[in-house]
Ligand binder design. Structure first.
Ligand code: GLA
Ligand code: GLA
Length: 684
């Protein structure tokens, strides 16, 4: 089914308006002399670019002093882009406040937990809750919206930039005030707050709202529920800020859709995007590959999760990189093929736009060593040739525009609350890595050639045959009921160590762990057994566990022991269990098996749910499959995960992009290393 986004790109090369994928970058013309702009437009056309994000860091240029405005250069840029047939995703320019503002109002600068000010000189040095910042920022938004509403180049509004990238946790007095307001709304009474925060502990009882502070640097572990609430509050504070800008844009230019670029990517944890998605007219995401053995699994995982957040409607990839970035310890360039494969993997998971940071590589500033579509070497370069090739590929993929993602039968549940709470301090171990555990399950599914969705608790979970909920640490009563209902009606639930341990206040479910799921799983844990960093235990199915073990007693009926510990303190006790319950089952994995161990375990869990790979055996693990569904077609994206050619026999369909079927090989599709093919099949 198609569900096109409300984004109207300019007409394509043949001048007929039609749906097509967006292609482009952040465009920062203010960094370049006027004569470069003409060349920019010419090269953008050559590359097939049809959308650029403009003005993201232009505040100082647009408003040189508190009382003066200069839009002439932006007027010209907008007009030039329009003449060039390139749409503009116009930023509200509020991401980086100019020096005149921070000099006049240093009280907008964020403050760390230890009381240090984050000074100007970089970017995003503003408090999400500062009323002064908001006044100035919204004034700018109003000016920009008023001037460019109705401009023919305008395609979408781009609010700020990566909200929370550098300023999600502000511990200032503004934050303290806003935190108290947020807490009053959540708890209404101080009694309720005292209960939720467990303030009977360590003499923390509050007798006045004014006594409450953000969790600033303290003598020992700050109150865990205070910490968790501060994470919730900080995400909400940025969401409120997003709404404030959005409301101005909607008031002045209601016909232009609003977005902001999320950062669903490893290492970025502060913003609960599952809770933000409905605030924008369409979801956009930025993603940067982190080197390592799971680099592309992580890309796929994040693109997939972005789709889950977007309700499986299409979304925009607003930024990624053509090659190296500048902010990792070592910034390795991409290999041939990676630029296109990375882009198309996002499209496979629902992206209707492929955009980069940035169009032209900067000659000065902190990002001058960050790759771009036009590198320092200029257009006569491998990167620009790959960029131009990708433009043609995306043009060929125009029919995919608006197609939704076809649901898989397996889902991995990703939950910000559990991510936040499970990794807090004063816990059984500091080695637990929530994101890594979820990614390992996803990697194991990829290794077995199983198509899976990454979903949040806001998604409808019932349709999935197998639901994997790694480290689902926070389980409020309603979620416990939902999971029981899911299993009762035939779903197969798999969960892991440190799941179901606390409620939404971070209070332990008493009576033995995992309290919220104890009966459903038919097990009881009296004590956790985390492992030292260099320690591991053997299981009797030849897998190895690290990080965590549990001392499990089987308490329920119909519990099967899928694996036992063969070594360690819990030798001979259950390590992996499965209880048949209702029409489904509930399984528990009590240790960290890693991607390899999970690949060994998963076939048994999949078999119980009746799930098999949709790929031919020769391609499983070597090819990732994702499916998008249009009104009358399904599009099978086949992504070669390896550095070798991979044959994919037996799949029918018209080739939309990819290598010609090898006639000599009996018409078999052979994917070159690191490449992508798309097959179109009639939808049933
Ligand atoms: C010290 C403190 C106790 C408690 C323990 C925990 O002994 O006096 O209050 O915090 O540490 O190990
Ligand atoms: C983020 C920002 C961009 C740029 C890139 C560099 O995505 O939004 O402005 O800094 O990182 O990777």
């Amino acid at each position: 089914m198609t569900s096109p986004l409300p984004v109207r790109l300019p007409a394509g090369p043949d001048d007929t308006p039609r749906l097509r994928l967006a292609y482009g970058a952040d465009y920062n013309p203010e960094q370049w002399p006027r004569e470069v702009w003409e060349e920019d437009i010419r090269l953008m056309r050559e590359a097939g670019v049809n959308l650029v994000s403009v003005g993201i860091f232009s505040w100082a240029r647009l408003q040189p002093t508190a009382g003066t405005w200069d839009f002439t250069w932006l007027d010209e840029v907008m007009d030039l882009l329009h003449e060039g047939g390139i749409g503009v995703d116009l930023a509200t320019a509020t991401a980086s406040p100019p020096p005149w503002l921070t000099t006049a109002h240093p009280e907008i600068l964020p403050v760390t937990a230890s009381g240090e000010t984050l000074w100007p000189g970089a970017r995003q040095h503003w408090r999400p809750t500062s009323p002064v910042f908001r006044t100035y920022a919204l004034r700018l938004v109003r000016e920009i919206a008023g001037r460019y509403a109705g401009h023919p180049a305008l395609v979408a509004w781009h609010i700020s930039n990566e909200l929370g990238c550098h300023n999600v946790y502000d511990h200032s007095d503004d934050a303290a005030r806003a935190f108290r307001d947020w807490l009053r709304l959540r708890y209404t009474t101080l009694d309720a707050l005292n209960h939720a925060w467990g303030t009977a502990f360590w003499s923390q009882h509050y007798s006045d709202w004014q006594q409450i502070l953000p969790p600033r640097l303290a003598a020992s572990h700050p109150n865990p529920t205070q910490q968790l609430d501060f994470k919730r509050f900080s995400s909400d504070a940025l969401k409120e800020y997003l709404r404030a800008e959005r409301d101005v844009l909607r008031e002045i230019a209601p016909d232009t859709p609003v977005t902001t670029n999320f950062m669903v990517m490893g290492g970025i944890k502060g913003m609960n995007y599952a809770d933000w998605a409905h605030e924008v007219d369409f979801v956009s995401n930025d993603h940067y590959v982190r080197p390592g053995p799971q680099a592309r699994d992580e890309l796929s995982f994040c693109a997939n999760l972005t789709s889950g957040i977007a309700g499986h409607r299409p979304w925009f990839l607003m930024e990624h990189s053509t090659s190296a970035v500048n902010w990792q310890p070592v910034n390795v360039p991409k290999r041939p093929g990676d630029l296109a494969r990375d882009s198309l993997l996002h499209v496979a998971h629902g992206a209707d736009a492929v955009c980069f940071f940035q169009w032209r590589q900067s000659a000065a500033g902190a990002e001058k060593y960050h790759s771009a579509m036009v590198p320092h070497a200029g257009a006569d370069s491998e990167v620009f040739r790959a960029v131009t090739d990708l433009g043609r590929t995306l043009e060929a993929l125009a029919p995919v525009t608006g197609a939704t993602r076809e649901p898989a039968r397996v889902a991995v549940l990703f939950d910000w609350e559990s991510w936040w709470a499970s990794e807090q301090d004063s816990h059984p171990t500091s080695l637990l890595d929530y994101h890594q555990e979820a990614l390992d399950w996803y990697s194991a599914l990829l290794a077995l050639g199983i198509r899976a969705d990454v979903v949040t608790t806001r998604c409808d979970l019932d349709p999935y045959d197998l639901l994997i909920a790694p480290v689902l640490h926070v389980i409020p009563e309603t979620l416990a009921k939902d999971l029981n209902g899911y299993v009762e009606s035939g779903g197969h639930l798999v969960t892991t160590y440190f799941s179901g341990v606390v409620d939404e206040n971070d209070h332990i479910w008493l009576g033995g762990h995992p309290g919220a799921l104890r009966e459903l799983l038919g097990i009881r844990i009296e004590e956790f057994g985390p492992l030292p960093a260099d320690d591991g235990v053997e299981l009797d199915d030849s897998t190895t566990g690290t990080v965590w073990t549990d001392r499990i007693t089987v308490t329920g009926p119909e519990v099967e022991i899928l694996a036992r510990y063969r070594t360690g303190a819990y030798t001979d006790r259950p390590a992996v269990t499965r209880r048949t319950a209702g029409r489904g089952s509930a399984s528990y994995v009590s240790t960290r098996l890693g991607a390899e161990g999970l690949t060994a375990l998963l076939p048994r869990l999949l078999a119980a749910a009746g799930v098999d790979s949709e790929l031919p055996p020769a391609a499983r693990g070597r090819v990732e499959l994702a499916v998008r569904r249009g009104d009358d077609s399904r599009y099978l994206f086949l992504v070669n995960r390896t550095d070798e050619p991979v044959p994919v026999p037996g799949l029918t369909g018209e080739l939309v992009i990819g290598p010609k079927r090898d006639d000599s090989g009996g018409g078999v599709l052979v994917l070159p290393p690191r490449s992508v093919a798309v097959l179109r099949q009639p939808a049933d």
